[in-house]
Design a protein around this ligand. Structure first.
Ligand code: FO1
Length: 310
């Protein structure tokens, strides 16, 4: 039997790790469990940014420079929308719109987000399983110095400028893991936490009731890839958020954040290991090229294998 691997992931950074994994093992053995706390309704459409980033990245359609959206996108819809005075702070490309329209249409007909996502992945020949964390609505909301903001209003419209004091995942108490999520965790030989923003992208996944228990009960080791490189969070918004929440950006903070769940941590070769003695693997964790992504994915798998079953 081949080893099955689960990855808990947000959008851009997580998609890089998942793509790297698909380069070093059989894609059919990979399940990505994706944050949907960033999902929102916009212009009457259901947008699932992190799922779409995974779909575009894994089908080689992603705008690589940007990290989100499609390569070679056209903008006729947005131009027409603007001419009518419609809201244009969230950039929706013409090709991208097809996903949002079809997803919204199918959700309105009663289809589940997980089934729709599986159909999109199949249509684009994606060989691994992409699961939303839940089919139920969970919305990441931030208490800030300008009031409560939904995630995309904070992240895209306000460019992460407001100072954040608290993060909430509305609806999470009533959410259940999407079909296949708990089984994938139970059957996995390795469970990876992508170097996505721990507070905004991974915490919503962990907030779904049953997820933490499933990770604690899993036979597979849980390995996080640290988002810290050179004593800084790789992505600006993560660094800013950590400062606002009074958290020092180092691997101690990452290990403490995932305390009780983690069996190992992949850290950048230039950074100090956490002081709690958790097993670490060191590599250059900056994932610019496909070679980088495969190297980081392999380091996480090797650490999981070295730790072995719990
Ligand atoms: N991110 C931006 O910074 N600006 C945008 O206008 C924007 C549009 C957008 C449209 C569709 C989509 O799937 C993602 C989009 N993103 C945009 C990215 C996205 O909102 C964030 O990167 C994630 O939510 C964070 O993981």
């Amino acid at each position: 039997m081949t080893a099955k691997v689960v990855v808990l992931t947000g959008g851009v950074g997580g998609a890089k790790l998942v793509l790297g994994l698909a380069g070093v093992m059989a894609p059919a053995d990979i399940t990505a469990i994706v944050n949907t706390g960033d999902d929102f309704r916009h212009l009457g459409l259901h947008i699932s940014p992190d799922i779409d980033t995974l779909l575009y990245t894994l089908s080689d359609k992603a705008n690589k420079a940007q990290g989100w959206g499609r390569e070679g996108e056209s903008w006729a819809f947005l131009d027409a929308l603007r001419s009518l005075g419609g809201e244009d702070w969230f950039l929706l490309g013409d090709g991208d719109m097809a996903l949002h329209v079809l997803r919204s249409h199918r959700l309105a007909q009663g289809d589940r987000l997980s089934a729709i996502t599986a159909d999109f992945a199949k249509a684009w020949g994606i060989g691994l399983t992409v699961l939303p964390m839940s089919d139920d609505p969970v919305a990441t909301c931030l208490d800030t110095d300008v009031g409560m903001l939904e995630f995309q209003r904070y992240f895209v419209e306000r460019r992460c400028v407001p100072a954040v004091s608290r993060i909430r995942f509305e609806g999470s108490e009533a959410a259940v893991p999407a079909p296949g999520v708990l089984d994938a965790i139970g059957e996995a030989e390795a469970i990876l936490i992508a170097p996505s923003n721990p507070y905004l992208s991974v915490d919503p996944v962990l907030a779904v009731p049953g997820m933490r228990e499933a990770l604690r009960d899993a036979r597979a080791p849980v390995i996080a890839v640290s988002p810290i490189i050179g004593g800084k969070a790789v992505k600006g918004p993560t660094a800013k958020l950590m400062a606002e929440l009074g958290i020092t950006p180092d691997n101690d903070a990452i290990a403490a954040h995932y305390a009780g769940l983690l069996d190992g941590l992949v850290i950048d070769e230039g950074d100090a290991a956490p002081g709690n003695g958790i097993p670490v693997a060191r590599t250059d964790t900056l994932m610019t090229t496909i070679t980088d992504r495969r190297r980081v994915a392999q380091a996480a798998l090797d650490l999981a294998r070295a730790i072995g079953r719990r």
